[in-house]
Design a protein around this ligand. Structure first.
Ligand code: IYR
Length: 285
């Protein structure tokens, strides 16, 4: 995973890398997307489109183009160790104070701040820098109502039998149920879509990883800007494509209501795992 196109490949240098997102693409489109990838690669490397190209079927090991990639100096601020530690502590404290919010104020939010959070999210690294995400911002009350109604229908099926007893037991401490008033109350609902391929048919790589990282950036950006959110995943989420008129190569990945917490907002009491449960060291002895 990297901003740089070549780095994704170097994660699996010996042979063709496994493509974890092949399963994400719908089968009918996979071939077309693959063929499109050759075009995209050629364009990136400045290859002459009119030149005859070897056919993939007869020559499976075509060497990569040799044109040097365009590079620029890295903008990097070297910090002294004291400042590094201060920032690390501040960041831990700041991110620790983030909570998933399910009770929102109806008060409007500055939408330019939300746009900036999406810009921040869209700086995330992605497979071959394909940026395979679409952020839909819904503020229209009629659309929010439709989304709420469709989500609650799925949630009633989930809580009414689709979910296993053990799953429901695991959720009990959160106090959730099939009612999702926040989908109407929050001033904005952001629906994050993952693109299985580019709009023009080019291939995308490590799609779930890329969109997951962008989602993380987005959640952190909202928190930094004083806005609350929730990673909501009514399942299945296909209704979102239909309501929002998204194309077939996009699938809903996360639904994030965004706003200020309601004045009386309460959150479940939770703990976070201590460092020694999530960190394993491999130092030289
Ligand atoms: N989508 C349901 C259930 C739910 C599932 C998980 I995993 C959660 O962490 C929380 C809720 C709902 O939103 O109520």
């Amino acid at each position: 995973m990297s901003d740089e196109p070549d780095d994704v490949g170097t994660a699996h240098p010996p042979s063709r890398p496994p493509d974890p997102d092949t399963a994400d693409a719908d089968t009918a489109d996979a071939g077309a997307a693959d063929a499109g990838a050759a075009d995209a690669d050629a364009a990136d490397a400045g290859v002459d489109h009119d030149a005859p190209r070897p056919r993939r079927a007869s020559s499976p090991h075509i060497p990569p183009p040799t044109t040097a990639p365009a590079m620029s100096p890295l903008a990097f601020e070297r910090l002294d160790v004291g400042e590094m530690r201060r920032r690390a502590q501040d960041l831990v404290q700041h991110l620790s104070s983030r909570r998933s919010v399910r009770a929102f104020s109806t008060e409007p939010i500055p939408l330019d701040v939300l746009d900036a959070c999406i810009r921040a999210a869209a700086t995330a690294p992605s497979g071959a820098n394909k940026q395979p995400w679409t952020f839909c911002v819904v503020t229209d009350p009629a659309l929010k109502r439709r989304i709420r109604e469709a989500a609650e229908a799925e949630e009633r099926a989930f809580y009414g039998g689709r979910a296993s007893t053990s799953w429901l037991n695991d959720l009990a401490h959160l106090g959730t149920d099939a009612n999702k008033p926040f989908l109407e109350e929050a001033p904005a609902i952001v629906v994050l879509f993952a693109q299985n391929r580019s709009p023009t048919g080019g291939k995308h790589y490590y799609i779930s990883e890329s969109v997951g990282i962008a989602a993380g950036f987005f959640i952190a950006a909202l928190h930094r800007c004083g806005l609350a959110t929730l990673t909501h995943t009514p399942s299945p989420m296909a209704f979102l494509s239909e309501i929002l008129g998204r194309p077939r190569h996009e699938r809903a990945y996360l639904l994030l209501p965004v706003g200020y917490p309601a004045r009386d907002c309460e959150v479940p009491v939770i703990t976070r795992k201590p460092l020694d449960e999530v960190l394993i060291r491999y130092d030289a002895s």
